[in-house]
Ligand binder design. Structure first.
Ligand SMILES: Cc1cc2nc3c(=O)[nH]c(=O)nc-3n(C[C@H](O)[C@H](O)[C@H](O)COP(=O)(O)OP(=O)(O)OC[C@H]3O[C@@H](n4cnc5c(N)ncnc54)[C@H](O)[C@@H]3O)c2cc1C
Length: 434
């Protein structure tokens, strides 16, 4: 789906409860009270939308990219938190207490019955905790899978608490049409978790894969190859990624995103280029051929299929080569007539993977810590190097595909934009989006 359509759809869904609340025609109150309700309503609908902005829905993440989806998820979570924090404070000075017979539309008073408010207070305390734990996750010493589980359970709990609070304590939320809307929206949000963690594994349990080989590529980098077990394999575009689970039940939370470094033209086997990083990736060398694997995908928008530009620039840093290798292999194997140039940066020479396959033609190798006899480019992939490799004409016409460390991506993206390359001709995938 196109980004503009997705933005419009997001805005419509998030503001729908606000608009419908307004249309219920309840008598208006003081501005600060209406603002308080409005912020509370917006915060709740944004929190519910966070469930579908989890990066696991192809219609979203394939349209704008997984990294952008996750960045929007993070930004919206912080915005919703700010709205939620301000929401009760704006009611200051409003007479409170139980429902008054002389104020049935709660124009003058707000409900402060304990059971109606308690769920709101609980969510009010839990929400900052959930957001802060996510923001500071990398500084905290616990496993990524543990954090994911806690994040999911916390989000479920907050959604349930807010539904109760909105329907019982909310002046607008207690209107019949709003009750149905909130129940439907909460149902879809919670259902999306069940879809990802229950229905998708149920579907995929009959589509197992088996490990064919695990081959060392360089110190700390491996090639993992899988073959389908009794099914025809995966339909994907070169450059996409999957959520991979090796050696666990299909219902396990132990799954990680990895780009496919193989080409669809080499089906049915698929392969990955993986760098040792943490718990799972450091154990790659111990995985035995024959081990069962499951995958969910393909995801991602890093594809040059159906693009009409005359040339393709692939800019890779380290293991960022993985998706670009898939694209390069596909272009070469299918005899694609477009011009191609790969710029591949590493720190040291022994980190260069697949050098025999990549060859020297159409490839610029860059090392930041080269050996004395190194003949290739040196330094990092920056503006000067880009200008050395690409001509003004190529900046004007080619599509640029980027994957690598965040610093490299920032430098190259900024430089391309400065050189007049429009953002629709820059495709990028970030492996880490904290
Ligand atoms: C779209 C995408 C494609 C990727 N492709 C590749 C690739 O082709 N080759 C490669 O080597 N690496 C790739 N990565 C990075 C890879 O996913 C992480 O290095 C890997 O998950 C680390 O797992 P670990 O258990 O070894 O480390 P851990 O110590 O568990 O995690 C280290 C960090 O990796 C990230 N991470 C771990 N598990 C997950 C998860 N389930 N979901 C999201 N992030 C997670 C988190 O930022 C975490 O802090 C990709 C990441 C993304 C988002």
């Amino acid at each position: 789906m196109k980004p503009l359509f997705l933005i419009a759809a997001y805005l419509v869904v998030v503001t729908l409860p606000l608009i419908l609340s307004w249309l219920t025609g309840a008598p208006t109150r003081a501005v600060h009270q209406e603002l308080a309700s409005g912020l509370g309503i917006l915060a709740f609908s944004m929190i519910l939308m966070e469930f579908v902005l989890s990066g696991r829905f192809k219609s979203i993440s394939n349209g704008i990219g997984m990294d952008v989806t996750m960045r929007v998820h993070q930004m919206m979570a912080r915005t919703a938190l700010a709205f939620a924090v301000v929401h009760p404070l704006l009611y200051q000075g409003t007479p409170s207490g139980g429902p008054r017979p002389w104020d049935p539309s709660r124009q003058i008073t707000i409900t402060t019955g304990f059971s109606d408010l308690s769920t709101g207070i609980a969510a009010y305390l839990l929400l900052p905790g959930l957001v802060l734990l996510a923001v500071g996750r990398s500084q905290l010493d616990y496993k990524y899978e543990t954090w994911r589980l806690m994040h999911g359970i916390g989000a479920l709990l907050i959604a349930a608490l807010l539904l109760h609070h909105t329907v019982y304590a909310g002046r607008y939320g207690s209107q019949p049409v709003m009750i149905w809307l909130w129940i439907t929206m909460t149902g879809i949000a919670v259902g999306s978790l069940f879809y990802v963690y229950l229905l998708v594994p149920l579907r995929d349990r009959n589509r197992a894969w088996r490990v064919m080989s695990v081959t060392p590529l360089t110190p700390g980098q491996w090639e993992l190859t899988l073959a389908p077990k009794d099914h025809h394999g995966l339909d994907y575009s070169a450059g996409q990624f999957v959520w991979l689970n090796v050696g666990h039940s299909p219902f396990s939370l132990k799954e990680n995103p990895f780009s496919l470094s193989s080409t669809p033209a080499a089906r049915p086997t698929i392969s990955f280029m993986i760098k040792e990083f943490g718990d799972f990736t450091r154990t790659l060398g111990q995985i035995k051929p024959g081990t069962a694997a499951y995958l969910d995908g393909p995801f991602g928008h890093l594809s040059v299929e159906n693009r009409t530009e005359p040339g393709i620039a692939l800019i890779a840093g380290g293991v960022g080569l993985a998706p670009l290798l898939g694209i390069l292999r596909h272009l070469r194997l299918t005899g694609d007539p477009r011009e191609i140039r790969l710029v591949y940066g590493n720190r040291t020479e022994d980190q260069i993977a697949y050098s025999d396959e990549l060859g020297a033609q159409d490839v610029t190798y860059v090392l930041s810590a080269p050996p004395p006899d190194w003949q290739g480019a040196t330094g990092i992939i920056d503006a000067a190097l880009m200008d050395h490799v690409f001509s003004t004409q190529q900046y004007k016409e080619w599509v640029f595909v980027l994957c690598g460390p965040p610093v490299m991506m920032d430098i190259v993206e900024n430089h391309l934009l400065k050189c007049g390359v429009p953002s629709h001709r820059i495709l990028s995938e970030r492996f880490y989006y904290d």
